[in-house]
Design a protein around this ligand. Structure first.
Ligand SMILES: CC(C)(COP(=O)(O)OP(=O)(O)OC[C@H]1O[C@@H](n2cnc3c(N)ncnc32)[C@H](O)[C@@H]1OP(=O)(O)O)[C@@H](O)C(=O)NCCC(=O)NCCSC(=O)C[C@@H](O)CCCCCCCCCCCCC(=O)O
Length: 727
């Protein structure tokens, strides 16, 4: 654990050591306390440096210990920060890699902070459903002021060393030998007064409008993290720093921590944190896994199609410094596509510069534009991103087979087409992988990696590693229609449309689901995705008939209920944001601000009358059940079919790709919060009343689990031997 050694010139260096990220476990805190005590008592020691082993200062409290009973936790980190600060010998933190959460709080207890240029600091506790509870909410505002502290504490944002220097969080940034520099600084300040370096003793510099600032932050977090309590508690803790002396502020911090800890949010968010890491550890039924199969290196890539998705994918690759060849089918499209890519590249370069990367122009991989397939001869991977058309995709893959080197991986960016059918026209079906990016592809974190029947484990390993290199979360899913994310999503959207057919207001449905915490309601989401795209998808996957029949009562397709509304709106050129009108109207085509549309309301009431729909106004609680329980139910069906490895995969897909509120853990975790028997009973009731909606028919897996009570999600797999991955 913490190691303690003398440096000849009277500086003790204490190294935090708890691989892989030097998280502050009880044992490490105890060891650190012991090492500090020894250094303080040792008269030969005149200054102390705290650093982290293997180039990482500290990633904060050990999250795995959060559920440990408090009596087993050992000394509180808070006491340690006070011990350090009140020590008469100067203490310098040498920050390499990361100083996050409790790691930064520890550094704030030190009198000085030296950071390596590539280090990042931050207080991400809010993202774990808690707040910085070892004095971070009290010391940081005293160091950098209220406004900057509020931003850091309520967003959990990681700040690169240069920005941290500008903010005043660190005293010095160095390019190398951080520990040596910290030792030099420690020696230099021996004997100097430490009063001004003891943050707890400093006043908080408050701007005159501090209350307005706090109120503004509150409005912002209520919107940004709808339904979550920790961001609001963070603001309350900072407010305490403004109004109360340090010790009182600390009491408030602890009170708020305990309040949050008694809610479900910390457990849900921490589950989501580990789930994100779990999904990277893929295993196939054959036994091949992330541990046993090495990915192939990707030195060069090509992207085919420079529409919205293709352009975003090019930027993602360039950001990961992978040289890209970007191909379009004709001069006109190449011209449009290359302009879009260059403008996005410029924006990314600017962003990187603002983040303090001085050589930003050199830090994006080169992009070359071409019309010539021959240029793809030597690339390591091709990602095809043309529009969703099987015939076109097959033609491209047939062509690629003849051109690309035999070792090249061929990926298709599709949101639901059959990977095996595409693979069947190639000379290398084992190297065909589905890579379902989410728009905008250079920003969204999720990448569904689709395993086709023939896809080899090396291809999977390579695609999963590529996801990581692109800074994305790769989730391995099976090759079922619409894959996992969209398979659940179409049912949810359909449920929302049925509610509108039954006389409910779409704005109320959106608002209810946003209040639940979803990033946007279903109708706003449809407008963003494009109603034409969704309609095409409904038709393609048998959820609706292709032909339109406005006004005629044909609301069933193969005895399943479906709605014609999407198709009718498309017929009227209401495609959503892109056409300036869809479920809502927008200030212009491409506009973002959704406004209620009186035309649509008139149209809907006529439609309702002509089609003789039953009127069924439902409560907010029922809107949530009706819309969200189909996601959960289909999630269980996905597990039954073996199309995802576990409930964690579904939760990660929803948290990172569909704006599901992480403070509920994800749809599957949320089901366990509500209680599986409750979810089942509600689904049974809704299905009985609506036997023409198969999405409501409870899955057998859900039934089997609910029969066991409400077993914790972690036990689902063990309890049901029959459930197995078919990836
Ligand atoms: C650090 C990272 C940036 C590294 O990223 P990278 O991509 O390199 O790697 P991975 O993310 O894959 O991580 C590698 C590996 O490490 C594990 N891990 C990472 N961080 C932690 C951690 N903090 N704890 C444990 N494990 C961690 C990760 O799971 C991987 O493991 P694997 O097995 O899969 O290899 C990145 O990981 C990152 O961003 N990490 C999160 C950093 C973070 O969020 N830190 C904040 C932690 S919370 C905190 O610090 C709280 C503090 O404010 C202290 C509060 C004190 C509270 C004490 C409670 C007493 C209160 C008294 C009231 C009592 C009430 C009661 O009893 O109930």
């Amino acid at each position: 654990m913490a190691t303690f050694r003398h440096i000849c010139d009277s500086v003790a260096v204490i190294t935090l050591s708890n691989p892989p990220v030097n998280a502050l476990s009880s044992a490490l805190i105890q060891a650190l306390q012991k090492a500090l005590g020894e250094a303080i008592r040792d008269s030969a020691v005149e200054a102390i440096v705290i650093c982290g082993d293997k180039g990482k200062f500290c990633a904060g409290a050990d999250i795995r210990e959060f559920n440990k009973p408090s009596q087993k936790r050992g000394p509180h980190l808070l006491l340690l920060t006070d011990l350090i600060e009140s020590n008469k010998k100067p203490v310098v933190a040498a920050i390499e890699g990361v100083a996050l959460g409790g790691g930064l709080e520890l550094a704030l207890g030190c009198h000085y902070r030296v950071a390596h240029v590539q280090a990042r600091v931050g207080l991400p506790e809010v993202l774990l459903g808690i707040l910085p509870a070892a004095s971070g909410t009290q010391r940081l505002p005293r160091l950098i002021g209220i406004a900057a502290a509020l931003t850091l504490i309520t967003t959990g944002k990681y700040v690169p060393a240069r920005e941290a220097l500008k903010l005043g969080i660190v005293d010095k940034v160095v390019g190398e030998n951080t520990v040596d520099e910290a030792i030099r600084l420690a020696k230099k300040v021996i004997g100097q007064p430490l009063g001004s370096r003891q943050l707890s003793t400093l006043p908080v510099q408050c701007p005159p409008n501090v209350e307005a600032l706090l109120a503004e932050a509150m409005v912002k977090v209520k919107k940004q993290f709808r339904g979550a309590q920790s961001p609001q508690a963070c603001i309350e803790a900072v407010r305490a720093a403004v109004h109360l002396p340090y010790t009182e502020g600390i009491k408030k911090e602890q009170e708020l921590y305990q309040f949050l800890n008694a809610t479900h949010e910390p457990r849900a968010q921490q589950y989501a944190f580990f789930a994100e890491r779990e999904v990277a550890k893929w295993t196939l039924p054959s036994g091949a896994s992330w541990k046993t199969v090495s990915p192939q290196p990707i030195h060069t890539a090509a992207v085919i199609g420079l529409g919205t998705m293709g352009s975003g994918i090019v930027i993602s690759l360039a950001k990961a410094q992978i040289p890209v060849i970007a191909l379009e089918k004709d001069k006109k499209q190449l011209n449009i596509g290359s302009k879009a890519v260059i403008s996005l590249l410029d924006r990314e370069t600017l962003k990187m510069k603002q983040l303090g990367h001085t050589e930003a122009t050199n830090s994006l991989g080169p992009v070359r534009f071409t019309l010539d397939y021959g240029e793809l001869r030597d690339v390591d991977i091709v990602i095809e991103a043309v529009f969703e058309n099987m015939i076109l995709k097959k033609e491209i893959f047939r062509h690629l087979s003849g051109i690309c080197k035999p070792e090249a991986f061929l990926c298709t960016n599709t949101s639901g087409l059959d990977i095996d059918e595409i693979a069947s026209v190639t000379d290398r079906p084992q190297m065909i992988v589905g890579t379902h990016f989410y728009a905008p592809a250079h920003i969204m974190k999720l990448l569904e990696v689709v395993h086709g029947r023939y896809t080899s484990s090396i291809s999977i390993s390579t695609a999963m590693q590529l996801a990581k290199n692109l800074g994305k979360i790769g989730v391995l899913v099976g090759n079922c229609p619409l894959f996992v994310g969209n398979r659940l999503m179409v049912l949810y959207l359909q449920q929302a449309i049925f509610l509108v057919e039954e006389g409910n207001k779409l704005e109320e449905i959106d608002q209810t689901l946003e209040n639940f915490g979803l990033a946007m309601g279903p109708f706003q989401m449809m407008d963003l995705a494009g109603l034409d795209t969704l309609w095409g998808c409904h038709v393609e996957h048998g959820l609706a008939r292709p032909e339109q029949s406005s006004g005629i009562s044909t609301h069933h397709h193969s005895s399943k209920r479906y709605s014609q509304l999407l198709g009718i709106l498309c017929e009227k050129s209401r495609f959503g944001q892109k056409s300036g009108q869809g479920w809502y109207k927008y200030e212009k085509p491409g506009g973002r601000k959704a406004m209620s549309d009186p035309w649509l309301h008139n149209f809907l009431s006529e439609y309702h009358g002509v089609n003789n729909f039953k009127t069924q106004k439902i409560t907010q609680e029922k809107i949530i059940e009706w819309c969200l329980y189909v996601i959960i139910n289909e999630g269980f069906k996905v597990l039954e079919d073996g199309m995802a490895s576990g409930p964690e995969d579904i939760d990660v897909i929803y948290n990172s790709g569909y704006g599901w509120p992480k403070h509920t853990g994800g749809p599957m975790y949320y089901a366990s919060l509500v209680g599986l028997p409750v979810v089942l009973t509600k689904l049974e009731k809704y299905y009985e009343a609506n036997p023409d909606i198969p999405g409501l028919k409870p899955s057998s897996l859900l039934k089997n689990l609910a029969a066991l009570g409400n077993p914790p999600l972690k036990e689902w797999r063990a309890l049901l031997g029959s459930w197995s991955s078919k990836l």
